[in-house]
Design a protein. Structure first.
Lengths: 204, 218
């Protein structure tokens, strides 16, 4: 469903990862690991189409991907239901009750999103993936600010999604209990940029 | 796309949305000018068109940085960029929502505020028509400027400097059209120029705005 072939990605004009190749098939989860600044987010953003790759190819089915980044894209002045139905309409679906149920947000549906706690906002952000109806999820640190109960909730949703023939690619450091997921460590793909060993300096 | 428009209008009209900001600014400028100029109705009547146009223009400018900055900060822009909506459409819709919540109220308020500036009776219609034709261009140019400066912290100053020169043709032809209308002259030429500028910006700038948004999101 998603294939990366000898992919090189850059952040702020600096090559971060080189020669990343993987295939993601239906019903499969792939977890990206690597130290901070290794380029996990850059790789995910490139795969999502937010930036072009330096080299290599990305192959995916059309309209298959959905991306969820660090920020949830939640409008604090809208209610939970309004936030979710907006994204449902953008992606051309209409049913949001299943997504609300999956993350136990039904009781909070009419509350302004600005009143939610960080973990509840995260759950709202993740529930967006369900209303998009897209098969391939690209998730960047999906479990940030979730408690253990919510993490298991998330793992259950991902497992259901995989069972329905979906696929997920995520960057996370937490053990989700998804034992069937493959792990891809990005550290070996780190680009050898001559002259700059601390590439964070380029942004300071 | 309609969902995006409805969401933006809803956000603008809720608390903290900045719906009244432009309108309040316009009101303040127009109410204060007569106090500043003094009790000279002749002079006021002569400068009324200019004041109304400059007030509308600055009121528009005031809320421009909200067009994309808020969506950029909370990550919605990233998500919209990966959603099945073309960025060009996002730019148009955002500009339209800005016009509906800022430009249109100014157009509707202008005749009321014209009374305060002792605008001649013949002037009301030309002023309203010129604002109606001109303010969409202000929103579209502003959306382009906002797209250019979206990643910048405190980009408001740069945004004003970039956008103000682009506003000048609209201001010249808009005010000229209203002034000719008051003097009983033929308004066709400035009206056509004004409408042409507006149509041109709406036709071309969405592509430019979408292109700079894509660059800024990298």
């Amino acid at each position: 469903m998603l294939r990366a072939d000898d992919l090189s990605v850059a952040r702020g004009g600096l090559r971060v990862l080189d020669g990343v190749s993987f295939t993601l098939t239906s019903g499969e989860a792939l977890i990206l690991r690597g130290p901070n600044g290794a380029g996990k987010t850059t790789l995910l953003r490139t795969l999502a189409g937010l930036q072009p790759p330096l080299a290599g190819r990305i192959e995916s089915e059309p309209d298959a991907l959905v991306y969820a980044g660090h920020a949830d894209g939640i409008k604090s002045m809208l209610t939970v239901r309004e936030n979710l139905s907006f994204w449902a309409q953008v992606f051309g679906t209409s049913d949001i009750s299943a997504a609300l149920d999956a993350y136990e947000l039904t009781a909070l549906a009419d509350r302004p999103a600005g009143m939610l706690s960080a973990g509840q906002k995260r759950r709202l952000g993740l529930s967006r993936l369900l209303v998009t109806g897209r098969p391939v999820w690209i998730l960047d640190e999906p479990t940030v600010s979730l408690d253990t109960h919510a993490v298991s909730m998330f793992a259950r949703v991902v497992r259901d999604h995989l069972a329905e023939g979906g696929a997920a690619l995520m960057a996370t450091h937490i053990d989700l209990g998804l034992n069937e997921a493959r792990v891809l460590d990005v550290a070996p793909f780190r680009a050898k940029t001559p002259g700059i060993d601390e590439f964070d300096e380029a942004f300071l | 796309m309609i969902a995006l428009l409805m969401r933006d209008i809803r956000l603008a009209t809720r608390a903290g949305g900045g719906f009244g900001l432009g309108l309040a600014f316009f009101l303040i400028v127009v109410v204060l000018v007569p106090f500043g100029v003094g009790p000279q109705t002749d002079l006021l009547a002569r400068i009324a068109v200019g004041i109304l146009w400059i007030g509308a223009l600055l009121a528009c400018l005031l809320s421009l940085d909200r067009i994309f900055a808020l969506d950029f900060e909370d990550g919605s822009l990233d998500l919209l960029a990966t959603a099945p909506v073309p960025m060009e459409a996002v730019a148009v819709i955002k500009a339209l929502a800005h016009w509906l919540t800022t430009g249109l109220p100014l157009v509707l308020a202008a005749p009321l505020l014209g009374v305060l500036l002792s605008l001649p009776a013949d002037g009301y219609l030309p002023v309203v028509i010129s604002l109606l034709l001109g303010t969409p261009a202000l929103s579209m140019i502003g959306a382009f400027g906002a797209a250019l400066t979206v990643g910048l912290r405190r980009g408001g100053l740069l945004l004003s400097l970039l956008v103000l020169p682009l506003y000048v043709p609209t201001l010249i032809f808009g005010a000229e059209m209203a002034r000719r209308g008051i003097d009983g002259l033929d308004t066709t030429t400035p009206m056509l120029m004004l409408a042409g500028i507006t149509c041109g910006t709406i036709a071309l700038l969405p592509f430019a705005a979408a292109a700079v948004l894509r660059v800024n999101l990298r």
